[in-house]
Design a protein around this ligand. Structure first.
Ligand code: SAM
Length: 327
């Protein structure tokens, strides 16, 4: 069993670093959109749906005064959601320096930014770093323990090697308090592999996304004993265009258990939406975000192709072992 307190050193090979850099450069190069550009996006309703999913997760699991660690926080698109949950402290880390700069601007209440014209009520620390390589417990020793850790649409970037996947989970485990919560979203490997099997060749997709597996991909490799480093290229219109990694969820769960996590739930995002859309408080939130519209006007609702992209993702909640400190 791995000892999270131990001083194990995880080595990376050169190609892993190159891919991590490609991902960082891709996200760094994405500039902020104006409100008009955002509303004109072919995936605007998907973006709103994803914001709704993240808001629901945060409302379910963050409590007033919580210390929050946002791994791969990007441009800080979730800052407002954490503010609504009245959290007490926020640390955001991302590998893309351009995104962290945007996040800082957003946090400081840039008057030109469409989403934020106010200061946030919680203090924040924003840092650029590779969350799947660096020992964050050392860097954040004075900030820990955290009550909640969030990793939204980014955990799969850790799955290029076992060393990085372990570093990711070791970091979260070491920084969360006993009983702390780890929430996240990432691609659903079952769905992606099912679509690949149904595809004619190594590429599939629709009008807003495509996924392409490398020539060297084979079922044999997929079923082989190494569940890390299964790479594909993901393109999502107006959002993503970079190498990603398949995360077989049962392996993720088993590895997380080694780092003292228990699974609270995992749901494909279609199931997540169906379930939480039944709850009045979240229906109202969906209406406010405008993700699904009123159902009568096609333009105000998610297109079938956007809805298919939602199916590519899952949402998970893990709980760190131990009892919260009662004192
Ligand atoms: N969590 C944000 C959100 O939900 O809006 C951003 C999601 S974006 C799809 C993925 C993010 O993961 C990018 O900001 C990217 O820079 C970040 N990322 C990828 N690999 C990373 C790594 N090794 N360490 C830290 N951040 C990483």
């Amino acid at each position: 069993k791995h000892n999270p307190e131990g001083d194990t050193h995880f080595l990376e090979d050169e190609s892993t670093k190159i891919f991590a850099r490609k991902v960082a450069d891709h996200y760094s190069a994405r500039t902020n959109q104006t409100l008009e550009e955002r509303e004109a996006s072919p995936i605007i309703h998907l973006k709103k749906l994803n914001n709704w999913i993240k808001s629901v997760l945060i409302q379910l699991y963050a409590k007033r005064g919580d210390a929050v660690l946002d791994l791969a926080c990007g441009k800080g698109g979730d800052l407002i959601k954490w503010d609504k949950a009245k959290v007490g402290y926020y640390v955001g880390i991302d590998i893309a320096d351009g995104s962290i700069e945007d996040c800082r601007t957003r946090y400081n209440g840039d008057a030109d930014h469409h989403q934020c014209r106010k200061k946030f009520s919680f203090p924040a620390r924003l840092m650029c770093g590779d969350c799947y390589e660096v020992r964050l417990d050392r860097i954040l020793a004075d900030d820990a323990p955290f009550d909640v850790c969030s990793c939204q649409f980014a955990m799969h970037y850790s799955w290029s090697t076992e060393a990085r996947a372990r570093r990711a989970l070791a970091n979260v485990s070491a920084l969360l308090r006993p009983g702390g919560i780890f929430i996240g979203t990432m691609p659903d490997a079952n769905v992606i592999i099912k679509k690949l099997r149904e595809a004619d060749g190594l590429t599939f997709g629709n009008s807003v996304y495509w996924i392409r597996f490398d020539e060297e991909f084979s079922e044999k490799k997929f079923k082989s004993s190494n569940p890390f480093g299964i790479k594909y290229k993901f393109h999502l219109e107006d959002a993503v265009d970079c190498p990603e990694w398949i995360v077989p969820f049962h392996i993720f769960k088993a590895l997380a258990e080694e780092y003292d996590f228990e699974l609270v739930f995992v749901k494909n995002n279609h199931i997540f939406v169906d379930e939480y859309m039944k709850k009045p408080e979240f229906i109202e939130l969906m209406r406010r975000l405008g993700a699904l519209g009123d159902g009568n006007q096609d333009r105000s609702t998610l297109s079938p192709d956007e809805w298919e992209v939602a199916y590519l993702y899952l949402t998970f909640v893990l709980r760190k072992g131990g009892q919260p400190d009662q004192t």
